[in-house]
Ligand binder design. Structure first.
Ligand code: UDX
Ligand code: UDX
Length: 461
């Protein structure tokens, strides 16, 4: 085969957290293919072409710079690029529905369906369409129906290739994933399309890590993987509440159970709660699907994972208020971290949003610090901007504060000069560690009253 025949034109619709990094990695690992990313958001596309990328992800800029304008291109011309593409990844967002049937739980598939219709209108040749967005199981069925009614006689193979990358470690996860999953119809044409996608990933991923399955298993596996991960966090968080009542220490418990290789030590960090764009959305979506099949007990079981997470966020703030003599009105509280986890500027579903809003409703004054997420924090709390001070400097945030709450596990918070911070604060000074990352004994000796998730409180009064 000539080089030209081997060259695939790969298109990705949706230049977000998933589409951007994934396509940059494919372009970097497959110089023989041409990769284009399109988006309806012109501002986003423009930002991808500068050194101020629209998302912060360690190592991403380096990869993008290596391939940009060589075999990675960004464009807003969706139709023209659909026309040219052999393979189309779709990673438009699939948020939780906010209206009508299934509101609050089901996935809103309007962007997906609109994209499918765009594809029919613009396409002039057969194509492989890949679901990269997380979608309810059997979405491909609906997509196949929409795409098969084209009057041009075109054939589209729909595949599911869910993305398992985590924010903050996206580049590492893409470069060396635990596995890649590709689901397809098990027809001759479905299997051929599946092999084409396997061959793309095989440019850098060992073939034994490229799993293949039927379409429905691939779609469902993505929801189930996120549900299981979130379930571990809710499990340890539920135990953190019990630890606080019994003087057990949740870190010691996590360590003790985590050394059992059947349980494993990962994802056992108790916290103020899980956030991020995926966990809650995907579990609620799973719950909705179970309900729609009449599996009410299964739905209830998974819904508990979200309920415990809500409970954990509420518990954290309630504890803050109760320890600070049942009122935070007029008090200054410094929030250390606003991102939903460290190494990202993303604040979607961050527990910090709940904590901040609740404290503001109790008439506290907030100062919020975060190395990467302040712009998003400002947007999340825009209705309260007059009672909040935003600063990148944690020392500035803590000045004259009555309390500090650690809400994101940024490494930099571990190494601050807490004596200096203590001296600059109102007394009695409180520290609430929502991520269990600080040296609590040391803080107590400095003079702080310390309350950490899943540990006995340490008070000087
Ligand atoms: C999204 C979903 O949230 C997730 O479920 C899925 O697994 C992958 O896609 P993410 O990349 O984090 O994840 O979303 P986001 O950063 O919002 O990016 C989606 C992009 O699609 C946005 O840039 C948006 O402008 C674009 N988009 C949306 C389109 O180009 N066309 C549309 O019709 C709708
Ligand atoms: C998650 C999945 O890990 C990833 O595979 C999927 O593709 C998308 O959803 P992400 O949301 O980026 O990725 O981050 P993740 O590292 O999973 O953390 C999610 C939330 O759980 C964060 O708020 C994090 O702080 C919290 N968490 C994680 C804990 O509270 N405790 C833990 O032990 C681990």
């Amino acid at each position: 085969m000539s080089e030209k025949e081997l060259r695939k034109r790969i298109l990705c619709i949706g230049a977000g957290y998933v589409g951007g990094p994934t396509m940059a990695m494919i372009a970097a690992k497959c110089p023989q293919h041409e990769v284009t990313i399109v988006d309806i958001n012109a501002e986003r596309i423009a930002a991808w072409q500068t050194d101020e990328l629209p998302i912060f992800e360690p190592g991403l800029l380096e990869v993008v710079k290596q391939v940009r304008d060589k075999n990675l291109f960004f464009s807003t011309d969706i139709d023209e690029n659909i026309k040219k593409a052999d393979i189309i990844f779709v990673s438009v967002n699939t948020p939780t529905k906010t209206y009508g049937e299934g509101a609050g739980k089901a996935a809103d598939l309007q962007f997906w369906e609109k994209t499918a219709r765009n594809i029919i209108n613009a396409a002039e040749s057969d194509k492989i369409i890949i679901e990269k967005s997380t979608l309810p199981v059997r979405t491909a069925d609906a997509m196949e129906r929409i795409l098969s009614v084209n009057t041009k006689g075109l054939h589209f193979d729909i595949l599911s290739n869910p993305e398992f990358l985590a924010e903050g470690s996206a580049i590492k996860d893409l470069e060396d994933p635990d596995r890649v999953l590709i689901g397809s119809r098990e027809t001759e044409s479905g299997l051929k399309a599946r092999n084409e996608i396997v061959d793309i990933y095989a440019n850098w991923i060992p073939r034994d890590k490229i799993l293949t399955s039927n379409l429905w298993s691939a779609e469902l596996s993505k929801l189930v993987a996120n549900a299981f991960l979130a379930q571990r966090i809710s499990s340890i968080n539920s135990i953190s509440a019990l630890c606080e009542k019994t003087e057990a220490n949740v870190k010691e418990v996590a360590n003790a159970i985590g050394t059992d290789s059947r349980i494993s030590s990962k994802f056992l960090n108790a916290s103020v709660g899980f956030g991020g764009s995926c966990f809650k959305k995907d579990i609620l979506n799973l719950v909705y699907i179970c309900e729609s099949y009449g599996l009410h007990e299964v739905a209830e079981y998974w819904e508990q994972v979200v309920s415990i997470n809500d409970y954990q966020e509420k518990r954290f703030v309630k504890n803050m208020i109760s320890l600070m003599f049942n009122t935070v009105s007029g008090k200054n509280i410094a929030l250390f971290g606003f991102a939903f986890k460290a190494n990202t500027g993303d604040t979607r579903e961050s527990p910090a949003i709940y904590v901040a809003r609740h404290l503001l409703n109790e008439h506290a004054n907030l100062s919020i610090t975060d190395p990467k997420a302040l712009e998003n924090a400002k947007a999340d709390l825009k209705e309260h901007s007059s009672s909040i001070c935003f600063t990148e400097d944690p020392y500035e945030a803590a000045k004259n504060a009555h309390a500090i709450a650690i809400l994101t596990e940024w490494d930099t918070y571990k190494d601050l000069d807490y004596e200096k911070i203590f001296d600059s604060m109102e007394k009695p000074a409180f520290i609430f560690d929502g991520r269990d990352i600080l040296d609590h004994e040391k803080l107590f000796k400095i003079g702080f009253n310390v309350s950490a998730i899943g540990k006995p409180q340490m008070k000087h009064f």
